[in-house]
Design a protein around this ligand. Structure first.
Ligand SMILES: Cc1cc2nc3c(=O)[nH]c(=O)nc-3n(C[C@H](O)[C@H](O)[C@H](O)COP(=O)(O)O)c2cc1C
Length: 364
């Protein structure tokens, strides 16, 4: 484009209306040639990679985040700290083994050793007696149950001995697979859930009053109940409610112009690529964080708070400003922002017609 502009200037094309039309024609020709080239490139995955590797930097930060995440995963796995994400994933896999029908007596043999190593290191790092956090309690209970029922196998037996050395005396395991009580009706009726979903609308105008952190925490209690791949929950809600900070952060994305100044609080939802050792899972941070965010937003609505999702454009100037503001590491990706506050009764919301279910679904 710059080349065309320079060429037009050199030829004096920018001066007269007829020559401006000529420039428009030239632009359109270049544009159509560009799309023809892109169409050709898009037919081959190799050529597409070459294009994004050599000619376009659009995915540069994402590529770096995925690689940096893999490196951090390995570093944490090797370090004394160990990877909480490795532990969460493996405990989840063991729980799945425990609920299998029929249940095998020997399973998880190929990874239970690593799991116990990871558990022991995290337990030691937490407070020395292995009861540091709800995650470790869950891991302890599941491993204890597993070793009770698992049959004999060299890997399992060696892990069992190590686990028993780590845990001196185990109580009755509570955080283990269970039968849900299905005799009671669900606590929320369909019509109430539908009414809550229909009531929620993106709120862009807020009352200028502080949002109680207890209410945000209550909404987060709902958010963390969301499903996530292998129960890793690879996200973090960075919440800001200091006016100056909120104003600065809310102004970084593109979609907040004209109303970002009135946000009482804002959450930046950050995904952690360090939860994964493999590129195949690179999209999971977006899925898991979005599922948790939706629960968060509905819960905010249920406690009287309004919210608005804010798009996060993957554009270098925005990325680097947010990185500096939040001190993000290379594997941390901003997923989106969520403005939070008490809705201003005088502020309107768009009608936002939803699609019919017929248009979004098909059976078989
Ligand atoms: C991922 C995502 C990004 C969004 N980004 C913006 C944004 O940058 N600015 C904005 O005003 N609204 C934004 N929204 C809100 C949408 O415009 C809104 O959800 C949509 O128009 C439907 O309206 P409703 O939320 O009131 O049902 C975003 C919503 C989502 C889910």
């Amino acid at each position: 484009m710059n080349l065309i502009r320079k060429l037009a200037r050199a030829l004096g094309l920018h001066r007269s209306a007829s020559l401006r039309r000529g420039r428009g024609y030239l632009n359109a020709r270049v544009e159509s040639l560009r799309y023809a080239a892109l169409r050709a490139v898009s037919r081959s995955s190799w050529a597409s990679s070459l294009y994004y590797g050599a000619l376009s930097g659009a995915f540069r930060r994402e590529h770096q985040a995925v690689l940096a995440g893999r490196v951090r995963y390995y570093q944490e796995e090797q370090s004394d700290l160990s990877s909480v994400y490795l532990l969460r994933r493996n405990i989840h896999r063991i729980e799945k083994g425990l609920i299998m029908r029929p249940r095998r007596s020997v399973f998880a043999a190929d990874y239970v050793g690593t799991t116990v190593d990871s558990f022991s290191r995290l337990a030691e790092a937490s407070d020395g007696n292995g009861r540091g956090s709800c995650e470790l309690e869950w891991a302890e209970d599941v491993l204890g149950t597993y070793f009770e029922i698992a049959g004999s196998d060299p890997s399992i037996d060696s892990a069992r001995s190590k686990y028993r050395r780590t845990i001196a005396s185990a109580g009755t395991p509570a955080r283990v697979p269970f039968h849900r009580d299905l005799s009671k009706s669900p606590p929320v009726e369909y019509k109430d859930l539908l009414a809550l979903a229909a009531r929620r609308r993106s709120v862009r105008w807020f009352e200028q009053k502080q949002v109680p952190r207890e209410l945000i925490d209550q909404a987060l209690q709902v958010a963390v109940q969301a499903p996530s791949a292998c129960n890793r929950q690879p996200y973090h809600f960075r919440i800001f409610d200091t006016p100056e900070l909120v104003r600065r952060i809310a102004a970084i994305p593109m979609g907040t112009q004209g109303f970002s100044d009135n946000f009482p609080a804002i959450s930046v939802v950050v995904g952690e690529q360090k939860a994964y050792f493999n590129e195949r899972d690179r999209h999971v941070i977006y899925i898991d964080a979005a599922l948790a965010s939706m629960s968060f937003i509905l819960a905010l609505e249920s406690v009287g708070l309004g919210s608005c999702c804010i798009n996060w454009p993957d554009m270098e100037p925005h990325e680097s400003r947010m990185k500096a503001e939040l001190n993000l590491s290379a594997d941390e990706r901003v997923i989106m922002l969520i403005a939070i506050g008490y809705p201003d009764p005088d502020g309107m919301v768009p009608y936002s017609q939803k699609r019919s279910i017929e248009s979004v679904r098909s059976y078989e």
